[in-house]
Design a binder for this molecule. Structure first.
Ligand code: 2AM
Length: 561
């Protein structure tokens, strides 16, 4: 080890008492990139303080290594109904399984990222916290579960953890260097533009691509990245910072009986009420933290009763915007109090619909305008209405690329690809095919697409026809749900073609699913299990195993929302 110490910069140095050097390992499990960026931010802070630390995605981390660690922090998000992010699935189940080691020498802390609007808020973080404790590890500090606006809580947690570990790690490891971990998987130079400092791009084109009689309003949007130097890869998402609708804000201010131009302070700066509501705060979703604070000023029995029953509250909030709560439960509240009850706006992520191999310094999106009636009023989604109706061609929009290494074309261009992308789920597959065409990849490609009506909703129809004609796409299976009496969905087409689909899988195909998480992705998964049972002559249990092996080996990837 002494020799290593002289030669290898990235070696862990032995201590004078011959104990291995200690460092903090930051393990993150990320789906949309938030947990990863929080983890990176923490690593940077520790570096600045000279606290030895390394960082790793749970997906790249050897599970058994946990036994050798002295200090680990887990930063992990939760999705849907309490599901672990793709990165975390394997470690999460390893810790619950029979092979999980005793971890009596480990000190740990857990930070959860989630959304309080969901029933299983931060469930994955809770699971890690409990399992590590059950395995004998000692908690450095209590777990913190962050809501969507996680910055403040995450920072407070960093400080607590750092305070607890700093002396021990710095003192014992004054000469040690944490081993560096090769994090480079993408081959794309990291952009200087991030969620916190986005690039101000311009809208080149916004075109409705559903027909006049469609039940949907879906736009094809082209944004110029010009000389930003931003690079992205098929599978990545574009983060969009949007502005709330000024008309909605005016109406909200009127209902509240307040004045738009009154000054409020927010995050250390002064703003007019209108400015902060248009640019900074979340209005087109509603969330329990708002209702809890607002209820103090509303003093309404019915509203208080809502707060007493979490599941009733969740149901109420599901199709509710801030203005609905305000209309329904009038309150005596000042502009400052109202602003303090709202949470910070979060950017929306859209799967990128283009490849730079084809469009160079542009980025394309496929955006469905969210519109619905609720509580007796018409509603629109915040970012989708901004992109579709308020942003004019030539107008500015703040964007950043969110890498998604959990949705990548196979490295080998010969590998066949099956794409299941109904509705706007088509977006990343347009990017995939642009990329494969540019690379002249020889692997076969099969698209499953669905939408309500053939004549109105076949998104990018002429492009798909051209891809087929030119031999880029080999098979297209369509499910236009409302063109016949019985609904036909992509999973029905998959089942119909089950024998061939199974054959493709057996030949090593990668399978991708993009689109609705609530129903479609589950139904598609069930169809897959059926297909493997039927055409692979397997029991249900074996089929489930087959599918989970596909996931584990990254041959079955999902980008669902
Ligand atoms: P529907 O709206 O006619 O019911 C894209 O949104 C397409 O996905 C639409 O054709 C929609 O059909 C369909 N869809 C709705 N629920 C689905 C499900 N559970 N599985 C697959 N497709 C679904």
């Amino acid at each position: 080890l002494a020799g290593l110490a002289q030669n290898g910069q990235s070696a862990v140095l032995a201590q004078s008492d011959n104990k291995p050097a200690k460092f903090l390992t930051i393990l993150y499990g990320s789906q949309t990139g938030n947990a990863k960026s929080v983890a990176k931010e923490y690593k940077a802070k520790l570096d600045a303080l000279n606290v030895p630390a390394k960082i790793a995605s749970m997906a790249d981390y050897k599970h058994k290594q946990l036994k050798t660690e002295s200090h680990v922090v887990v930063i992990v998000s939760t999705h849907g109904e309490g599901e672990a992010p793709d990165d975390a699935v394997a470690l999460h189940s390893f810790l619950a399984g029979k092979k999980a080691p005793k971890l009596n020498d480990l000190n740990f802390a857990v930070l959860g990222l989630g959304d309080t609007s969901y029933e299983f808020f931060c469930q994955t973080a809770k699971d890690f916290d409990k399992r590590l404790q059950d395995l004998g590890a000692k908690r450095i500090t209590a777990r913190v579960d962050c809501d969507v606006d996680y910055d403040t809580d995450a920072t407070a947690w960093f400080e607590t953890v750092t305070h607890q570990i700093k002396d021990e790690l710095s003192a014992k490891s004054s000469q040690s260097v944490a081993p560096s971990l090769d994090m480079g998987t993408s081959g794309v130079v990291a952009s200087q533009y991030t969620k916190k400092s986005p690039y101000t791009a311009t809208l080149l084109e916004s075109q409705k691509i559903t027909g006049r009689d469609s039940v949907k309003d879906i736009r094809h949007i082209e944004i110029s990245l010009e000389d930003s130097g931003i690079q992205y890869r098929p599978g990545d998402a574009l983060g969009i910072w949007f502005k709330n609708d000024a008309n909605l804000v005016d109406e909200l201010v009127t209902v509240l009986g307040l004045q738009s131009d009154v000054s409020v302070s927010w995050s250390g700066d002064d703003y007019s009420l209108k400015d902060v509501l248009v640019n900074k705060l979340e209005l087109t979703q509603s969330y329990p933290t708002f209702v809890t604070q607002y209820a103090e000023y509303a003093n309404n029995v019915e509203l208080n009763a809502l707060l007493d029953d979490k599941s009733v509250l969740r149901e109420y909030l599901a199709q509710c915007q801030i203005i609905d709560v305000v209309r329904q439960f009038p309150a005596k509240i000042s502009a400052q109090q109202f602003v303090d009850a709202l949470r910070i706006m979060t950017p929306r992520l859209y799967s990128i619909a283009s490849s730079q191999a084809e469009v160079e310094d542009e980025v394309h999106l496929t955006v469905a305008l969210v519109e619905y009636d609720a509580h007796g009023h018409a509603h629109q989604g915040g970012a989708s209405s901004f992109l579709s109706t308020r942003l004019e061609e030539g107008g500015e929009v703040n964007v950043f690329v969110e890498q998604n290494d959990n949705f990548r074309l196979p490295d080998d261009g010969n590998t066949p690809v099956i794409m299941v992308g109904p509705g706007t789920g088509i977006a990343p597959f347009r990017a995939f095919m642009q990329q494969r065409e540019a690379e002249e990849a020889s692997g076969e490609n099969w698209l499953f697409f669905g939408n309500p009506n053939y004549t109105q909703d076949f998104l990018y129809q002429t492009e798909w026809q051209r891809f087929v004609k030119d031999g880029v796409v080999n098979k297209v299976s369509l499910a236009f749900s409302r063109d016949q009496e019985q609904k036909v969905y992509v999973q029905h087409r998959m089942l119909e073609q089950g024998a061939e689909l199974y054959q493709w899988l057996e030949q090593g195909a990668h399978l991708y699913v993009c689109g609705d998480a609530n129903h479609m992705a589950k139904d598609v998964q069930d169809a897959l299990v059926q297909i493997v049972i039927e055409h692979g002559a397997k029991s249900e249990e074996q089929a489930e195993q087959y599918i989970s092996d596909l996931r584990r080996t990254k041959r079955y990837q999902k980008d669902v929302y």
